[in-house]
Design a protein around this ligand. Sequence first.
Ligand code: HEM
Length: 751
Amino acid sequence: MTTRKASKKSSKGGTKAKALQSSERRDGKIDPQNNDAKTDDLQKNTEDNGGEFLTTNQGVRINDNQNSLKAGDRGPTLLEDFILREKITHFDHERIPERVVHARGSAAHGYFQVYESMAEYTKAGFLQDPVVKTPVFVRFSTVAGSRGSTDLARDVRGFAVKFYTQQGNFDIVGNNIPVFFIQDAMKFPDLVHAVKPEPHNEMPQAASAHDTFWDFISLMPESMHMIMWVMSDRAIPRSLRMIEGFGVHTFRLINERGKSRFVKFHWKPLLGLHAVVWDEAQKISGKDSDFHRRDLWEAIENGDFPEWELGVQIVEEKDEHKFAFDLLDPTKIIPEEIVPVRRIGKMTLNRNPDNFFAETEQVAFHVGNIVPGIDFTNDPLMQGRLFSYTDTQLIRLGGPNFHEIPINRPVAPVHNNQRDGFMRQTVNRGQTSYEPNTLRGGCPFQAGVDMGGFQSFAERIDAQKIRARSASFFDHFSQATLFYNSQTEPEKRHIIRALRFELGKVETPSIRERMLALLAQVDKQLANSVAEGLGAKVPTKLDKPMNMSVPGGVDPRKFQPKKVEQEIDSSPALSMVNNPNFPKDSIKTRKIALLIADGFDETAVDQMNKTLLTAGAMPKTVAPRLGVVTGANGSQVKVDFSFLTASSVLFDAVFVPGGDPSVAALSAEKEASEFLSEAYKHCKTIAGSGAGVGLLATSLAGDFTESNEAGERIAVNKGVVTTRAGSIKDLAEAFVSAIALHRHWEREPGP
Ligand code: HEM
């Protein structure tokens, strides 16, 4: 099972003293090969309550935790009751503000290892030696919803990684989409106010499908590239374990000689890139709004540790201006076909947090947390972020000492003259808290660059102070078109439908019109298809110029978007279906439903289970009721879910084995045929054997007709795999191959 080192150790008691030593060597340094360095560090603050007396916060043992102190057993409660007062006061203060964005999140611990030294490019310590295991803590999130909102909102996913390196904490605070809505931090509060629930009625929750969001977007042509991504299936992932991650901004790598190169960071999921369909996402939100959180938690508990490779796109300084776009513009990607992504290491998540609040809620990521060997660029969105994160965390976490909260503190030693403030934990000894000093021999002293002291890259700046946007940021549509052109037909269909859904929820006709005009700049057929679904027409002329986000008193015509010819017309790496980086050849960790009832065909179920488990999938039985079901030959199988506690949207594929009594019982359950028809509608793989094929034929009537071949042979028809009397082993293998394709889009009707 998992490496739940923290819990095991602390349950033995005496956590404090023991834990301190396990990762620290005698010389006080951190053991570089110890990927548990952060887990060990957290031990200093981890406690189990096991087998101990109940006490107050002052350590006084409590005798009665059932009754408050009263004047007589039917009398009033006494103010004197310090035990009651302390307990209720603490409870009253249990909540902290949720994050202003990315409030809903799930996190896990793990480690990162570089494949080979990257010394040529960076002096960052954790990228030098493949032996070094750097602990990480990763938090995935949605952006718009509140803390308790559904996981399956159509939204960007945050992908924030904290590396606890020996040179200090380095955070990649990225998203699962490589570009952003806006180019300048000045617009971030506007964007977030527009997408959040509307201020007068606090609706809708965790959804962009409302007037204020699209009103804002319709006035921000720079958002169109991001809109293509957010309307694509990337915004409704099947699992957090199956998303890409991107640092979004261009950063710098700096080597030992001080040479700088530009870099874009990528995370490539080893389980591939997969999504659900929108109808499914909405239903999952009702059936299990913790779907992604549960999926991540269960995978780690099962020992199916999620993995990503860290990729870098490196651009030489001299090539800064050789692209059709500006490297500093966060609404642009560098297509992988132009600058390949080099995979330089692997991150593995192998431990669930011990306490959601202490770790997932209190973790504080910051795009400004960098280490020597990595540096910023002048991307004006990133520059604003450099201010925002500490500022927001000061209020969210209650003061300037949140770096001391266990999940945030580095494993690298911290020494400085910062003092005091709310909730200060460190007891700084001594007379001096300033530098320079002589009274403490100058300690703590500055580190020379050769001793790991951080030195900012000395970028030459020769400019006027000006509030402006570079003209090189004015191409708002070319990469949106590139993205759209790179999608397969089903993916284009999903974008069209997503836009019809979102704009269909918009009540103000002029907002829809402006959006249709913007979409026409991306692709005319896209705009026409969306318009058709809305019962509208793409306007040929707008009564106002396109870009309304211009400074006051200037002529907006001077700020009109321009198109720049791109180096390529299509980038397969932007498609989820055709992506060459993610071959569809595995069903690892996929959840497969086996619909059974008393009298099921045991041979078929045994064989199917065996094949699925060998392929790394998770077969689960679903039956009319919980408990056990008895097979045709009398053996008993535990039921994992009843039709009440399961739903087809919570599974990747479904199999109905034969066995006449079992199939008869399932035929009598409306939920069984709903399960199958919904799986069909969502283009999932379905299999049936023996009499089970009959249930498919009745449940999927109109969609599926039993093939004449289904006797001794295996029939595969648009992802429905059947046999009446053929080999179950062959059927199971064909089932696995079909599930690996993920979805069978040929079943989907046109837009
Ligand atoms: C000027 C633009 C932006 C501003 C002002 C901003 C601000 C914020 C704020 C205030 C938070 C809450 C942090 C906390 O309470 O701990 C946050 C979280 C986050 N932001 Fe941004 N953000 C901006 C752009 C971006 C971009 C472009 C990305 C992706 C590259 C991004 C990724 C994230 C992520 C992943 C989190 C959640 C971190 C976590 O899991 O705790 N943000 N942002």
